[in-house]
Write a protein that binds this ligand. Structure first.
Ligand SMILES: Cc1cc2nc3c(=O)[nH]c(=O)nc-3n(C[C@H](O)[C@H](O)[C@H](O)COP(=O)(O)OP(=O)(O)OC[C@H]3O[C@@H](n4cnc5c(N)ncnc54)[C@H](O)[C@@H]3O)c2cc1C
Length: 308
């Protein structure tokens, strides 16, 4: 299982496979299980149906580590337009971005300016901005960006990854900022010195961090979001929230488009705040390989779609 995950994550980094997949009609068809299409309009259309089922939305355009300042500006402008469309359509939607997509590798200062512009637009349109967490090389810089954004735009959120050994310390350091945190397990192939190798260790770490976040919610200093499809873990967290007196509207559960859809609806029916993260865009290859790596059985989807 772990070998399958490593192979898929290694394939995610291959430029050659990227090119092959982007031109393959059958791989493209297989991605539809996890993304409604390549354009913002596809995401907005799918978002309308999800919102009608009582769920909120997070939109993200796929793409990471862009290689020119112009490309970063284009990404920023795309999201600025998307915030306007969200408001026009009155969708209960927010936007999540990867700092490298806004040029973090090229110029941290310019990236920060783009993010500040997006957070300002989010506030002006009654929405909110999220920072995704990328691989461990970017954690320090992403946390620094978050501190700068959060001071000016309090609704801004950030993802933290439970598989990293450093995360309990990062969480404690963020607490004085009254953070909005989406806790995820972590999707990248990290060295064992930095991240847990065994899934059971990551799951244990996730629960411990979730408990700390719920403590913060009880005292009003943390807005926790649990970004996971692990239903057993969610059940334990919900029970922990109930036992410690944290109301359902003081935490949220976020899942990805196309995964555990019926569980998402059930959680809404049980009174939870649920949001679905909808990804779209032409640069889907690396992101799609990470989805396959999370559940190598998903490779079957690809094989099945080969036969129509
Ligand atoms: C809203 C959201 C935002 C995220 N943002 C980030 C981020 O910023 N940075 C980051 O590193 N990672 C991010 N992730 C990905 C995350 O780190 C995990 O890789 C991913 O969520 C799979 O882990 P899991 O918590 O669902 O638990 P797992 O234990 O992996 O899965 C639990 C169960 O959910 C189902 N499941 C999980 N994944 C899939 C899948 N791909 N296809 C079908 N079924 C599946 C399976 O039945 C599995 O048994 C995000 C995830 C979510 C839900």
């Amino acid at each position: 299982m772990r070998l399958g995950r490593s192979i898929l994550l290694a394939a995610a980094r291959s430029g050659r496979l990227n090119d092959l997949a982007l031109h393959s009609a059958f791989v493209k068809r297989a991605t539809r299980a996890f993304m409604p299409g390549e354009h913002g309009d596809d995401a907005l259309e799918a978002g309308g149906a999800i919102a009608a089922s009582g769920r909120g939305l997070i939109f993200t355009q796929l793409g990471e580590a862009i290689i020119s300042a112009e490309a970063a500006v284009a990404v920023r402008d795309h999201y600025i337009r998307l915030f306007d469309q969200i408001r026009m359509m009155e969708l209960p939607a927010q936007i999540s971005v990867k700092p490298t997509q806004l040029g973090l590798d090229l110029s941290p200062d310019e990236c920060e300016r783009h993010l500040l512009a997006l957070a300002a637009k989010a506030e002006q349109t009654g929405s909110a901005l999220w920072l995704d967490m990328e691989d461990s090389r970017y954690v320090d810089r992403t946390l620094e960006l978050y501190v700068a954004l959060k001071r000016n735009y309090p609704s801004t959120g950030i993802a933290l990854q439970a598989y990293l050994h450093r995360t309990p310390e990062d969480l404690s350091r963020l607490m004085p900022l009254e953070p909005v945190i989406r806790l995820v397990k972590g999707a990248y192939d990290e060295p064992s010195g930095l991240a847990f190798e065994k899934k059971s260790d990551t799951d244990r770490a996730y629960y411990a961090l979730a408990s700390q976040m719920l403590d913060g919610a009880r005292t009003g200093i943390c807005s926790p979001v649990f970004g996971t499809h692990d239903l057993a873990l969610i059940a334990r967290i919900v029970e922990q929230a109930r036992a410690s007196g944290v109301e359902k509207d003081n935490y949220q559960i976020h899942m990805l488009y196309g995964i555990r859809d019926s569980a998402q609806r059930r959680l809404v029916a049980e009174g939870h705040i649920v949001k679905t993260l909808v990804s779209y865009g032409a640069a889907w290859y690396r992101w799609y390989m990470r989805r396959l790596a999370e559940r190598p059985a998903n490779v079957l989807f690809v094989v099945k779609s080969l036969f129509g």
